[in-house]
Design a protein around this ligand. Structure first.
Ligand SMILES: C[S@@+](CC[C@H](N)C(=O)[O-])C[C@H]1O[C@@H](n2cnc3c(N)ncnc32)[C@H](O)[C@@H]1O
Ligand code: SF4
Length: 462
C-alpha cells in the first residue's frame, strides 16, 4: 500500500449501518408514519428485532461517538441510580406502547440493549427492565438477546440477573489496554478488570462474548496496539469489533482534545493491518470492515450462506427482521422506513406521557433506495455482487446499465487492487475488504450529489 493510494482511499465516507444514511433523513416523518409502518409490517408477519437505548455513563471517554449522557455518581458500582428512574419509567411506557402496535404472533428473534452503558443501571433496575421487556415480548427459542456493557461499572451480579432473564450474549467495551492510551482518552480500565468480567460471563453460561477495540486512538503505536490485540486474543472472545476511530469533532466536541495525538495515514493503516494479521493468525475469520469472529460463530456461517446483513449495531445474522427502537435517539427500520426517536429527553417524556410514539425523523425508501441498499449490503456482508442475481431479484434489464456511473468507475478500483470484475460479478479483494466502504460508496446515489465544499458529515474510511 503506497502513501498515494492510502491518501486516495482515506476519504470521508459512511459506515452504511443504513442506506440512505442518516444525513439524508428528514423531519417530515412522525408518529403517524410509525403507526402505518407497524401496520404494514404486521400484515407481513415479519420477525421482530428490538433495540433499547440506555444512554447513561459515569464518565465521558474523550473518543466517544455514541449518543450518551454523563450522569456521574460518587460510588461507581453503587446502588444509587435514582436519577434515571424517570427515564426508565418512560422506557417501560414505550414498551407498552409498542406492545399494542406489534402483532403478538410475530416472532421476536433479536433483542439488544445499547448505549451509553446499559449496565449503568443497577442490577435491580436492569432486572426490572429486562423482566418487563422480555415478558411483554417473549423471545423465540433461538433468539439472540444481547447487552453492551462497560467493565468499569459492570458487576457479575449485573450479568447474572440478565442471564436469568434470558440474555445470552454480551458485548464489552475495551478499546485498548495500553495504560498511556487509556489515560489520554480518559478511560482507565486495567486488563484484569476486563478478564474477570469475561470469566464471569463464561461461567454464567453466556453463549457469546464480544469485545470492542478501536484503532487510531491517540498515543497508539503499532507495537502497543499489537500487545493489546494479544491480550484480547488471550481472552478468546467469540467476536471482536475493531473499529476505526471515527473522529467527528464537529459533531462530538469532547473529541477535540484528542486532535493533537492522533496516528494518521500510513501509521493508522499499519496499526490496523497488524491487528488483522494477529487476529487471523490466531484463528479468527475476518468478516470485513471491522469485524472478526471465531469459526464456530454463527456470523461466519451467515457470511458463508449469505444470510449476513447489517443494521445499526453493525453486522447481524438476523436478516429480514423489522427493527423497533426504544429510548431517546433510538432508530427503527420498519417496512420501507427508517424511524428515529427524538434526542430530547423532555420531548421523549412528553410523548410517553401522552401515550404516543416519539418519532421525529426518518426516511421512506424509494424503489431505487431499496435496490441500492441491497447492493451495498451484499457488498459489505458477502464481498461479492452476483449481477445476474440482482437483476433477477429486482427485475432489472441490465445491472451494468442501471449502475452505469458505478460501473464506469470500477476499472480504476481494479487497477488499484480493490476489486476484480467479470461479466457476472464484482468481487472484493483482500485489500478491498479494508476499503470496502469506498467500494460501497460507488453505489450511493446521494454521495454523487455532494460537492467538494459540502459540509463535513462522515468520518474517514480508514
Ligand atoms: C455504546 S459503547 C459500548 C458500551 C459501553 N458504553 C462501553 O464503552 O464499554 C459502543 C462501542 O462504540 C465504539 N465507539 C465509541 N465511540 C467511537 C468512535 N468515535 N469511533 C469508533 N468507535 C467508537 C466503542 O468501541 C464502544 O465500545
Ligand atoms: S464509549 Fe461507552 S462508556 Fe465511553 S462515553 Fe461512550 S458510551 Fe460511555
Amino acid at each position: 500500500m503506497t502513501t498515494e493510494l492510502l491518501d486516495k482511499y482515506n476519504v470521508q465516507g459512511p459506515r452504511y449501518t443504513s442506506y440512505p444514511t442518516a444525513p439524508e433523513w428528514n423531519e417530515g416523518i412522525g408518529p403517524k408514519d410509525t403507526e402505518d409502518a407497524c401496520a404494514r409490517a404486521n400484515a407481513r408477519k415479519s420477525p421482530v428485532s428490538l433495540y433499547v437505548h440506555l444512554p447513561f455513563c459515569d464518565e465521558q471517554c474523550w473518543f466517544c461517538g455514541c449518543f450518551m449522557k454523563v450522569v456521574p455518581k460518587p460510588d461507581r458500582k453503587g446502588d444509587d441510580r435514582a436519577e434515571i428512574e424517570p427515564y426508565l419509567a418512560d422506557v417501560h411506557k414505550e414498551i407498552d406502547l409498542l406492545a399494542k402496535r406489534i402483532d403478538p404472533s410475530r416472532s421476536i428473534e433479536q433483542v439488544h440493549w445499547g448505549g451509553g452503558t446499559p449496565t449503568y443501571l443497577t442490577p435491580v433496575q436492569a432486572d426490572r427492565l429486562a423482566q418487563h421487556l422480555l415478558e411483554t415480548f417473549k423471545p423465540a427459542e433461538n433468539a439472540e438477546v444481547s447487552v453492551e456493557v462497560d467493565p468499569r461499572v459492570t458487576t457479575a451480579k449485573h450479568l447474572e440477573v440478565l442471564k436469568n432473564r434470558g440474555f445470552n450474549r454480551v458485548s464489552m467495551g475495551v478499546q485498548d489496554f495500553d495504560p498511556e492510551v487509556q489515560e489520554l482518552v480518559n478511560r482507565v480500565q486495567p486488563f484484569d478488570m476486563t478478564k474477570s468480567l469475561v470469566d464471569a460471563a463464561r461461567s454464567l453460561g453466556y453463549g457469546s462474548v464480544n469485545l470492542d477495540m478501536i484503532y487510531g486512538l491517540p498515543g497508539q503505536t503499532r507495537a502497543g496496539f499489537e500487545a493489546s490485540v494479544e491480550q484480547i486474543i488471550s481472552l478468546r472472545p467469540d467476536r471482536v469489533a475493531m473499529y476505526s476511530y471515527a473522529h467527528v469533532p464537529w459533531l462530538k466536541r469532547p473529541q477535540r482534545v484528542l486532535a493533537a495525538h492522533l496516528p494518521e495515514g500510513t501509521e493508522k493503516f499499519a496499526i490496523f493491518v497488524s491487528g488483522i494479521e494477529r487476529f487471523v493468525a490466531a484463528g479468527y475469520v475476518y468478516i470485513g470492515m471491522d469485524h472478526f469472529a471465531l469459526p464456530h460463530d454463527e456470523i461466519v456461517k451467515a457470511q458463508q450462506d449469505r444470510s449476513l446483513t447489517r443494521n445499526f449495531q453493525g453486522y447481524t445474522t438476523h436478516a429480514g427482521c423489522d427493527l423497533y427502537g426504544m429510548g431517546v435517539s433510538a432508530i427503527g427500520s420498519v417496512d420501507d422506513m427508517y424511524l428515529q426517536n427524538t434526542k430530547d429527553y423532555g420531548e421523549y417524556h412528553a410523548a410517553m406521557v401522552a401515550g404516543r410514539v416519539a418519532t421525529v425523523k426518518g426516511c421512506r425508501l424509494s424503489d431505487d433506495d431499496v435496490l441500492r441498499r441491497e447492493v451495498i449490503t451484499r457488498l459489505l456482508c458477502h464481498c461479492v455482487i452476483d449481477k445476474r442475481d440482482v437483476e433477477k431479484t429486482f427485475g432489472l434489464k441490465s445491472f451494468d446499465e442501471t449502475f452505469a456511473n458505478a460501473t464506469a468507475k470500477l476499472p480504476e478500483l481494479v487497477d488499484d487492487g480493490m476489486v476484480t470484475i467479470t461479466a457476472d460479478e464484482i468481487r472484493v479483494t483482500t485489500m478491498g475488504r479494508i476499503f470496502i466502504r469506498n467500494v460501497a460508496m460507488l453505489f450511493d446515489a446521494y454521495l454523487e450529489k455532494k460537492t467538494a465544499d459540502s459540509p463535513k458529515i462522515f468520518s474517514r474510511t480508514l
